[in-house]
Design a protein. Structure first.
Ligand code: SF4
Ligand code: SF4
Length: 208
């Protein structure tokens, strides 16, 4: 399948999730500018396919904005291993997402019935389950890729050889197994096979 078709299918999966999720959203506390979830309350994880969509989007931005975001990614990569809570590199100074249109599913699925603060989100059970089912569909679509913290995955894709292998569909993630282990990433194919996503995602939030 071409990269363009994979993007198309990804957008369809997002759209179907949004449609199904609507029934759970009446009582959520989420609102623009509320951003604890962007400061590592939830996982800021992305699949390789979603990271490719982010990179594509970054190319469309003004050079000054793009440079700022790349500098944030670099800082985030350097500092994340040392800090428990880290601001997402894409969160701007007004607490808005700079890549809202292409934000990964780990952000799209996150809604809470209480304001998160330090306690983390409380997600309606049905919405959590729908999120897991949808995540499984994304893993299947990106079965030869990996999933991990957004800065780490973007850095891997900035390596020309890694990106070439990934885009051609010839990537065997095992070639970077040490990096995968070191940065708590997962191999999507393994997630599809086991499909025990709750165990594979460290720090899964409480469910309401
Ligand atoms: S998930 Fe939590 S922090 Fe994020 S918008 Fe909703 S209430 Fe705010
Ligand atoms: S990508 Fe956007 S929505 Fe997701 S954590 Fe970062 S700033 Fe928040």
């Amino acid at each position: 399948m071409s990269q363009a078709n994979r993007f198309k299918k990804l957008r369809k999966i997002y759209k179907e999730f949004n449609k199904e999720a609507r029934k759970y959203l009446e009582h959520v506390a989420c609102k623009p500018g509320c951003a604890d979830c962007c400061i590592d309350v939830g996982n800021i994880d992305t699949t390789t396919l979603e990271a490719m969509a982010i990179l594509k989007h970054l190319k469309t931005l003004k050079p000054s904005k793009r440079q700022l975001l790349y500098a944030n990614i670099k800082k985030n990569t350097r500092e994340k291993p040392r800090f428990k809570r880290m601001k997402c590199p894409f969160l701007d100074s007004r607490n808005f997402c700079s890549i809202y249109k292409v934000r990964p599913f780990s952000c799209r699925r996150l809604f809470s019935v209480r304001t998160c603060g330090e306690s983390g989100p409380a997600i309606p059970r049905g919405l959590w389950e729908l999120g897991e089912e949808t995540l499984g569909r994304i893993y299947r679509l990106d079965h030869f890729g990996i999933t991990g913290h957004v800065s780490y995955v973007i850095n891997l894709l900035n390596d020309g050889r890694f990106k070439e292998l990934y885009v051609s569909g010839k990537l065997k993630p095992e070639i970077i197994k040490d990096t995968i282990q070191k940065y708590d990433m997962i191999i999507n194919r393994a997630a599809v096979q086991k499909f025990n996503v709750l165990k594979l995602m460290p720090g899964s939030p409480d469910k309401a």
